[in-house]
Write a protein that binds this ligand. Structure first.
Ligand code: HEM
Length: 444
């Protein structure tokens, strides 16, 4: 890695205009680390005919901090009217805040225990062999989506399918993904069909769950004065109250907002669907890639296996986040500029970006910029968490981040706890953007 050649930019400059971005795209996926290293050194802002790439930590964070200048316009046609497609407006602030409040961080210890149980039970039933992508990496978060988010009464395979096509069309069917016209249309059609099915399911879920949530709430309210009185008189126990159903959908259905807050049943439904879409394919990709990264490095694997046995997960989780720095779910985020802005003003690489430009903040490159990551080529577990981009950065930072922060490492941990864990072959992406097959075995 230290003997970096300088051939990428030479080849890039010599290529015909039409070949420039396809070359860049190939390097971003097949050999991102040396390519990005050369960019950071020689051309930290690369203006290609299709889009502009930003390779440095400071430029990436600067751009991601200005949502109305560098917008998520490219999400708009893909995700109806979900908060994620809004830039720094009332809908985005209101709905993200409501949802993040309902996804109460105080739940996390219980959620981690749930994930551990879900993961353990899948692996216990596998008898020492598993195709881990479908049967674990996708199935475990789908189970959590049912058990914790409350998207019940549906086959988990449907949840997986709906998340898959929405993620594919939004994040991997953009102009700079260079899909053939036929594939691009097919992905868009799959997403349309998936979203229709998801919409119908969510409507049914609300109709089914609303009366239960409200009845339980009314019953509980009736009991409250009596419990309150007992408490005031210093009498115990107050715990005679029936334990209410509790999951995120139920919390949403039980909360009522004044009209002026503008969070009606329609917005509730859209946000319930959003919980699912964000959770499954992202987790699956991160978990599969981290497992592979560790299994391919025996020394690291040995350390991770030891850390996995310890009750306090801090050290193990630190290894997972550092592994994900090398194999993140995507090498970049993407934005479209709405007005002219000069990135890196006052430096030798200052570049004015015109309105309407597609901009790729190369988050993978930024995680190897020595400005924020000392000795970036080395695997150093326990780095400063705030510099990682695993859950995005700035205004659009992941809403499910705190869940992802326990979901991903706990899933990896459950796999590494299996004695003699090994892979039969590398992850097979089947020419698509996501891991599709990864066969593992262990001593059972
Ligand atoms: C666990 C459930 C999850 C939910 C409910 C969720 C939901 C969301 C939502 C709603 C956003 C948009 C936030 C906004 O626009 O303000 C978002 C952004 C993001 N999420 Fe998640 N997510 C989850 C898990 C994950 C996981 C596991 C990863 C990665 C391993 C991830 C990576 C990201 C990234 C990188 C962004 C930023 C996208 C951008 O800036 O354009 N998410 N997530």
């Amino acid at each position: 890695m230290n003997n970096i050649t300088t051939h990428y930019l030479e080849q890039y400059d010599a290529a015909a205009d039409a070949d420039k971005f396809p070359l860049v795209r190939r390097w971003m996926y097949s050999e991102p680390l040396p390519f990005f290293k050369e960019l950071r050194k020689k051309r930290p802002i690369l203006v290609t005919p299709e889009c502009t790439l930003l390779a440095l930590f400071d430029d990436v964070t600067d751009v991601l901090n200005m949502p109305t200048v560098f917008t998520v316009e490219l999400y708009v046609p893909k995700m109806a009217d979900y908060l994620m497609a809004h830039d720094d407006d009332a809908v985005h602030t209101r709905e993200k805040s409501i949802m993040m409040g309902l996804l109460n961080r105080d739940d996390l210890p219980q959620v981690r225990a749930m994930v551990a149980n879900i993961g353990k039970s899948i692996l216990d039933q596998a008898n020492g062999r598993i195709e881990v992508v479908n049967d674990f990496c996708r199935m475990a978060p789908a189970t959590l989506v049912q058990d914790y988010f409350g998207l019940t009464g549906v086959d988990r395979k449907d949840l997986i399918k709906w998340s898959y096509w929405n993620q594919y069309n939004t994040f991997h069917n953009q102009p700079f993904d260079l899909l053939t016209e036929e594939l691009s249309k097919s992905v868009a059609n799959h997403q349309k069909e998936a979203s229709e099915q998801l919409g119908k399911y969510i409507a049914g879920l609300i109709l089914r769950r609303l009366p239960i949530a409200k009845t339980e709430q009314a019953f509980s309210a009736l009991l409250t004065p009596w419990h309150l009185l007992k408490k005031l008189l210093g009498k115990q126990p107050v715990q005679t109250k029936k334990k209410l159903t509790d999951d995120i959908v139920t919390r949403m259905l039980r909360s009522s907002y004044p009209d002026a807050v503008d969070f009606d049943i329609k917005r509730l439904g859209i946000n319930a669907g959003g919980l699912l879409i964000g959770a499954i394919e992202t987790t699956s990709q991160a978990v599969a890639q981290v497992i592979q990264f560790l299994l391919e490095r025996p020394e690291l694997l040995a350390k991770a296996v030891v850390a996995a046995q310890v009750d306090d997960p801090k050290e193990f989780d630190g290894m997972v986040w550092e592994a994900l720095r090398f194999v993140p779910i995507a090498p970049y985020l993407f934005r479209k500029s709405a007005s002219a802005y000069t990135v890196a003003k006052g430096t030798t690489h200052a570049t004015t970006i015109n309105p309407g430009t597609y901009v790729l903040p190369l988050t993978l490159s930024a995680m190897f910029d020595p400005k924020a990551f000392e000795s970036p080529d080395e695997f150093i577990a326990g780095r400063n968490w705030y510099h990682y981009f695993h859950f995005g950065f700035g205004s659009h930072e992941c809403m499910g981040k705190y869940i992802g922060m326990i979901l991903i490492p706990e899933m990896v941990r459950q796999v590494l706890l299996r004695p003699g864990i090994k892979a039969q072959a590398s992850i097979d992406y089947k020419s698509g953007p996501f891991p599709e097959q990864y066969d593992l075995s262990w001593d059972s």
